[in-house]
Design a protein around this ligand. Structure first.
Ligand code: C2E
Ligand code: CA
Ligand code: CA
Ligand code: CA
Length: 273
């Protein structure tokens, strides 16, 4: 009976999950939006340390509804992950980003990748095929992953990261400091960049702890040959501290909110990179 249950249980569970999703109105809406082309990235500038020159952008997905309103990712990414739709959204965002940013000189373009995507064999090959198809230089692409993608030291993930890096794509560890095993991951995986989470940036001008963590992150990154990006920079005081700590790149509302491609194009025309 035990054996039979162990074979049947997972099947029933999968059917139950499947059944809930096919009947869920939210998932049907999401699928329709994907098919209608309503998933689109907007772009947030990433600046050099001085904060004066745009060196790249991060693509951030939005669900653009028929009335032109933009739904933030927190409201549909978890659902998309649960329903197995995140890879389709990821592909749409990548394709759109390659086309939107092609003419932005040598600016880098960072793409967020969900754990489920990088944990699937063939992810790197699929991404490289899209870049080749759209004639986008891999050296301009940055793939941002979070620590949760690295849990379990999965050989599939190792292979995807190695294949992307071999092609010249940079890998950034996003939300650095918020996981619980960051340091051991730095030995097992090679990263090109660490993105200091906004929760640390928030505190650098008020908390000596946050400031010490940022300083330690920079010296560790330098020793391991990585660059550091500070996320969520909102105040000049934070920027001043981050510069003194040696952070390489700055991102946050102080320098620019996520905006449509046309707005970045106009900004680049006014202040060529
Ligand atoms: P993230 O990768 O950590 O992205 C940074 C988030 O912080 C973005 O929120 C950005 O708009 C926001 N942000 C940037 N600067 C500031 C600032 O100075 N102050 C404040 N208060 N916020 C700032 P957003 O666009 O809502 O994205 C949320 C999360 O959704 C992202 O966090 C990322 O994890 C996920 N995401 C976004 N686009 C994609 C995508 O295409 N694919 C996947 N898988 N995930 C995505
Ligand atoms: Ca990110
Ligand atoms: Ca982040
Ligand atoms: Ca995040």
């Amino acid at each position: 009976a035990g054996l039979r249950r162990s074979i049947i249980d997972p099947v029933i569970r999968r059917l139950a999950v499947f059944g809930r999703y096919v009947t869920s109105k939210e998932v049907r809406d999401l699928l329709r939006a994907i098919e209608a082309g309503e998933m689109t990235p907007i772009y947030q500038p990433i600046m050099d340390a001085s904060g004066r020159r745009i060196v790249g952008v991060e693509a951030l997905v939005r669900w653009q509804r028929a009335d032109a309103s933009l739904v933030p990712p927190a409201q549909f990414i978890p659902l998309a992950e649960g329903a197995g739709l995140i890879a389709r959204i990821g592909e749409l965002v990548l394709r759109r980003a390659c086309l939107d940013t092609r003419d932005w000189a040598a600016l880098t373009v960072a793409i967020n990748v969900s754990p489920m995507q990088i944990q699937s064999e063939g992810f790197a090959a699929g991404m490289l095929a899209i870049l080749a198809e759209l004639d986008f230089p891999p050296a301009r692409l940055v793939v941002e992953i979070t620590e949760s993608a690295l849990l379990g030291d999965d050989p599939v993930v190792h292979r995807q990261i190695a294949a992307l890096r071999a092609a010249g794509i940079a890998i950034a560890l996003d939300d650095f400091g918020t996981g619980f095993a960051s340091l051991s991951y730095l030995r097992r995986f090679r990263f090109d960049e660490l993105k200091i989470d906004k929760s640390f940036t928030d505190g650098v001008d008020s908390s000596t702890d946050a400031a010490a963590i940022v300083e330690a992150t920079v010296s560790m990154a330098l020793a391991l040959g990585m660059k550091v990006v500070a996320e969520g920079v909102e105040r000049v005081e934070q920027h001043r501290f981050l510069v003194s700590a040696g952070v390489h790149y700055m991102q946050g509302y102080l320098f620019g909110r996520p905006q449509r491609a046309a707005e970045i194009t106009a900004r680049l025309a006014a202040h060529p990179a």
